[in-house]
Design a protein around this ligand. Structure first.
Ligand SMILES: *Cc1c(COP(=O)(O)O)cnc(C)c1O
Length: 360
């Protein structure tokens, strides 16, 4: 049996983080930067945390190619709070927002928006169980308050090839593919990403917003639910998730050092290695349409359902964990976020081959 000296964690989120980041984070838990104080206990309005906030925001700007027209926020509440805050802030009762329904997360964002105004689903692939992307709508009504899309569909393993330019404000949920490839972030009036996929630990959510969006907030909202208040208080409206933001900063430094070009190149290689093996290996198949396949979440199945549990057990015994598909889809899902290396994926492929040979 082949053997890995480390456990390969393919969880969809909270996801694996780079080893260097974990090392630095664990040192900071004991002593932050030689201050003698744990990162878990530094004042959230003090100069150390302020420096962490400023550097992290600057790095996001740099990595996404954003100028000062954009505000960068760290928020609580994960993806779901953004699903609610977007319509709360930007969708008046009489207005209509357009949504592209490309998966479970898009659908959930739609359900949240329906509390606040009119929702027009411009395109959906729900009928085909989201195994491909919906067609991009041709005639988008120009008067929409905003258009919402999910760039990568974490549960179904599909990913939009690009973030398009549209005439109304584009709001993009980039939770599971931010920083994984070059895209034109400036096509978005707002984008957001939960930390726990490609940035850091759960608890923080990254939000980038073009400043003119703040003038569109018409509803009267309590401060915690109002983007303008978060901007005014520079992400410290209340006690922020200090540790999550700090670890996110460590990952942002790691991303910058590596470079998004290099990361994208590796992500393409990783995904190709795994999809090629799924197509070659007679025990596995994927229902996801070829052109729409995600580089980040590779969803596949056992051709014979009875081998599903056997493969999961085989993976576990081989040091590969959390490869089970989402409960609504079944099968397998290998999440190949930035921290997963080409070597890791080669090992997964070797384990799939070994599993095939053992079955003979
Ligand atoms: C994980 C995920 C979310 C949900 O995040 P929570 O923090 O659990 O609410 C939202 N959107 C996408 C695309 C995701 O992958």
């Amino acid at each position: 049996m082949i053997y890995s000296n480390k456990v390969i964690n393919l969880n969809s989120g909270p996801a694996a983080l780079p080893q260097e980041v974990l090392q630095q984070a664990s040192e900071a838990v004991l002593d932050y930067n030689g201050t003698g104080v744990s990162i878990l206990s530094i004042p959230h309005r003090g100069k150390d945390f302020n420096a962490i906030l400023e550097e992290s925001k600057q790095l996001v700007r740099e990595l996404c190619g954003l100028n000062d027209d954009y505000e960068i926020l760290w928020m609580h509440g994960g993806g779901r709070l953004q699903f609610a805050m977007i319509p709360m802030n930007f969708l008046g009762e009489e207005q209509t927002a357009g949504y592209i329904d490309s998966g479970n997360w898009s659908a959930d964002a739609i359900r949240h928006a329906e509390y606040y105004g009119n929702v027009q689903v411009l395109s959906s692939s729900k009928e085909d169980n989201y195994q491909h992307l919906p067609v991009w709508p041709h005639d988008i009504p120009p008067n929409l308050a905003y258009l919402h899309m999910t760039t990568n569909n974490t549960i179904y393993g599909t990913q939009w090839p690009e973030v398009p330019a549209v005439s109304m404000p584009l709001v993009a949920d980039m939770s599971s593919d931010i920083f994984s490839r070059q895209v034109d972030y400036t096509n978005c009036a707002m984008f957001y990403a939960v930390a726990q996929k490609n940035i850091g630990p759960a608890g923080a959510t990254l939000v980038a917003m073009r400043k003119d969006m703040l003038r569109r907030i018409s509803r009267s909202l309590p401060p915690m639910l109002n983007y303008a208040e978060h901007v005014a208080k520079k992400s410290v409206l209340n006690t922020p998730p200090v540790f999550s933001i700090y670890v996110s900063l460590l990952t942002l430094r790691w991303i910058k050092e590596k470079g998004i070009d290099k990361i994208e190149e590796e992500n393409k290689i990783k995904a190709a290695l795994l999809y090629d093996e799924i197509e070659r290996n007679p025990l596995f198949s994927t229902p996801v349409k070829k052109e729409d396949r995600s580089m980040m979440n590779v969803c596949f199945r056992a051709v014979d359902e009875r081998t599903e549990q056997l493969f999961l057990d085989f993976c576990e015994a081989s040091g590969i964990v959390n490869i089970k598909g989402h409960r609504t889809v079944g099968g397998f899902r290998a999440s190949l976020y930035n921290a997963i290396t080409i070597e890791d994926v080669k090992y997964v492929v070797a384990v799939m081959l070994e599993f095939e040979l053992n079955k003979k």
